[in-house]
Design a protein. Structure first.
Lengths: 349, 365
């Protein structure tokens, strides 16, 4: 009975906000630069507060172990504050390169009143690929939390902690920082290519021959893609279907088998047996996947603007063989049917 | 004179006949062997991010590499707009020549050269600039630089290769930030999150947790946080520290799907004391027991100088593998048989006796 009730109970998501408002302003987002940090916040719980803890971590969750942002250094920070008592009156105590404790004689704070704590000469992290956070927490004791773990985490039910909250930031890419290896995206297409694009063979065009209603015209080309960018890449295809002036051969909008005697234009990226052509992807890269419409052997499709392949993370070289088919009806209008297809390799966001 | 005219006429007639009998050869299925006449292999920087104040101009350089060791690479540049194509991170390009700029377009602010030629096997840098007007409002602006390599221009099927660099500019100031949670739960995907769907009752252990956030603000957002998974007894099964490990973005107006592995190959290797290959972010089957699970999301987002926002949410899913369902059915069936048999047995015992209150059970004589 309970199982049945549970089955019918739909999962739902609810949203809860804890400690606010709070914000962080960084005067310069240049990696490794010494700059000013301003933490603006309002106390939620109106009670005696003796210390305000600020722990700089890659992860904003206070219950997780803290990993210090690479390159960050607050040990030389100079402190000033703006706001009204009793939310001010702290002195700075630096615990480590990523840990600041503001301490004072305990005083009852004002609920909802915003105060800004300013730290000059904070050295920015150097990792531009990931955000970082300042974990804020306040305590009655001027010594901060007695229960903070060596890894910087605090317990979910820690009785010392009054309020919690984290603020996020991220340093930007420096311009022309020569010491960094920039992300790259490599792409090549031709009749045949190597998986790492080190060489290509053939020309970037194909003559298919004379249209024949009894059999499909076929050809193949190859492309290879790789990226070290953390968001991966997509490859899309653009261009109209085979056309001779205003006469077109219909593109297959959904995956369809080759049917000679019908006007069809389509592609896929798999090894086919009917007709016998093409190849499955090869190369060491495992992150890339073919879009479902182009991932069915012996079925072909084409839609202008479709994404053919995508990878959602770093993807080393992978080679794809594109198979093209053209079928024509017996009463197709005469002409030279052509198409120009442009393949776009794009970094994902 | 008449002879010359006659001779010329005859010569022209012979020439005409000679041309008319030459057959029009059908184009054969051919591709020329050997290397290409112009390169169709390029290497680019896929993305650039800037923070630019109103009234400020930034100048930067981009690299374009020619992967072909034999042919030159001729590249023409164009700035185009893009938006999201769905719930994922693949951009949808606006390629029409006369397309109107998007509200977040950088096209009016960018200057770059028309084209560049890169020698075989070499890399070239080119400069470009972004000038943000003085009165430009705070927020996110983005466009793409299209590198069009001149490829095939003949034959039935001509192929062109193009690379695209995405350019994001953040204009600092007070912005409107709003991420709304639309879905949270177990996510079944055959390909590490590229495609898939949310599941509430899973018959095979789900490998991923997904959450869908709708961006209704005027800045791109990249939330950060963690996800906790607990079983129906409240025990913590796993804590996923990087809910957005790739720093994926939710573009303006996009409902962006973020997925993360419950257990990844990396964490599995690291938990065994090994060093994980950072390029392999694939998921592995988590060690889950049948039952109801609770997913708790704690995600943060916020721009520089603006309020930090937090999203706390919980959702549930059931993991009921087929063997468990069959086992439950079997247990129920056995219990049913036992209960029915027990009742019949008891009934037959009672029929064989007389029971009267206060007198107990007496066997019929």
């Amino acid at each position: 009975m309970l199982l049945c009730c549970g089955l019918f109970f739909g999962g739902h998501a609810t949203a809860v906000v804890r400690f606010e408002p709070r914000s962080l302003y960084i005067n310069s987002s240049v990696p490794g630069a010494a700059t000013t940090y301003k933490v603006t916040m309002a106390y939620t719980t109106q009670t005696a507060v003796g210390s305000l803890d600020m722990l700089f971590c890659m992860d904003p969750i206070p219950y997780d172990p803290c990993v210090a942002p690479p390159g960050l250094d607050v040990s030389g920070a100079q402190y000033s504050e703006s706001g009204s008592a009793p939310d001010t009156g702290y002195t700075l105590q630096t615990e480590s390169p990523n840990h600041i404790l503001l301490t004072r004689n305990p005083a009852v704070v004002v609920d909802g009143s915003q105060v800004t704590y300013t730290f000059d000469n904070v050295v920015n992290p150097t990792d531009t690929s990931h955000s970082f956070a300042i974990r804020l927490s306040d305590y009655a004791s001027p010594s901060g939390s007695a229960n903070m773990q060596p890894d910087g985490s605090i317990g979910v039910n820690d009785l010392d902690t009054i309020d919690l909250g984290s603020v996020l930031a991220q340093v930007g890419e420096g311009i022309e920082i020569e010491t960094q290896v920039p992300p790259y995206l490599t792409f090549c297409i031709n009749h045949t290519v190597e998986p790492d694009c080190s060489s290509t063979e053939g020309e970037a065009y194909t003559d298919l021959g004379t249209l024949d209603p009894s059999k499909p015209l076929t050809t193949t080309s190859q492309m290879a893609v790789a990226t070290n960018a953390i968001n991966g890449y997509s490859v899309s295809i653009n261009g109209i279907t085979m056309a001779a002036g205003t006469n077109v051969i219909n593109a297959l909008t959904v995956p369809t088998v080759s049917a000679p005697g019908n006007n069809q234009f389509g592609i896929n990226l798999r090894a086919n047996t009917s007709p016998n052509m093409g190849a499955d992807p090869d190369g060491a890269g495992s992150a890339a996947v073919i879009s479902p419409s182009y991932d069915v052997p012996n079925e072909f499709a084409y839609n202008d603007g479709d994404t053919l392949v995508s990878a959602d993370s770093v993807a080393i070289g992978k080679r794809f063989t594109i198979s093209y088919i053209v079928n024509s009806s017996p009463n197709i209008k005469p002409g030279v049917y052509t198409t120009t297809l442009t393949y776009f390799a794009i970094g994902n966001f | 004179m008449k002879r010359v005219t006659s001779f010329l006429s005859s010569a022209l007639a012979v020439l005409f006949v000679a041309v008319s009998v030459v057959p029009v050869s059908a184009a054969t299925n051919q591709t020329s062997s050997g290397g290409p006449s112009s390169s169709t292999g390029l290497s680019i920087q896929p993305r650039k991010n800037y923070v630019v104040n109103p009234g400020q101009t930034v100048t930067d350089r981009l690299q374009v590499g020619n992967l072909d060791e034999r042919a030159e690479l001729h590249v023409t540049f164009r700035v185009i707009d893009f938006t999201y194509g769905g719930q994922g991170g693949s951009p949808k390009l606006s390629l029409a020549q006369n397309a109107p700029p998007t509200p977040w377009s950088l096209r009016p602010f960018m200057k770059l050269p028309d084209s560049v030629t890169v020698p075989a096997g070499q890399t070239t840098q080119f400069s470009y600039s972004i000038s943000i007007p003085k009165n430009q409002g705070a927020g996110s602006y983005y466009s793409a630089i299209l590198y069009q390599a001149t490829g095939g221009n003949s034959g039935n099927v001509a192929l062109n290769a193009s690379g695209v660099s995405l350019v994001f500019v953040s204009v600092p100031g007070t912005v409107n930030e709003k991420l709304g949670l639309q879905k949270l739960g177990a996510y079944a995907s055959p390909n590490n999150g590229t495609t898939g769907q949310f599941v509430y009752i899973a018959t095979s252990a789900p490998e991923m947790i997904g959450y869908l956030l709708k961006n209704s603000g005027n800045v791109t957002e990249s939330p950060s946080g963690s996800i906790t998974l607990k079983d129906m007894f409240g025990r913590q099964v796993n804590t996923i520290g990087k809910t957005n490990g790739n720093q994926a973005l939710a573009l303006l107006g996009q409902a962006r799907l973020f997925t993360t592995c419950i257990e990844s190959k990396q964490t599995q290797v690291q938990s065994l004391g090994g060093t994980a290959n950072v390029t392999d972010t694939s998921c592995v089957k988590p060690h889950l027991f049948p039952g109801r699970y609770t997913v708790s999301l704690d995600a943060f987002y916020g721009q520089n100088g603006n309020q930090t926002h937090e999203i706390n949410a919980t959702a549930h899913f059931w993991y009921l593998p087929w063997w468990f369902i069959l086992a439950v059915i079997l247990v129920i069936a056995v219990l049913t048989v036992v209960i029915v048999w027990g009742k019949r047995r008891l009934a037959s015992v009672i029929r064989g006796t007389t029971y009267r209150t206060g007198f107990g059970i007496r066997r019929k004589r």
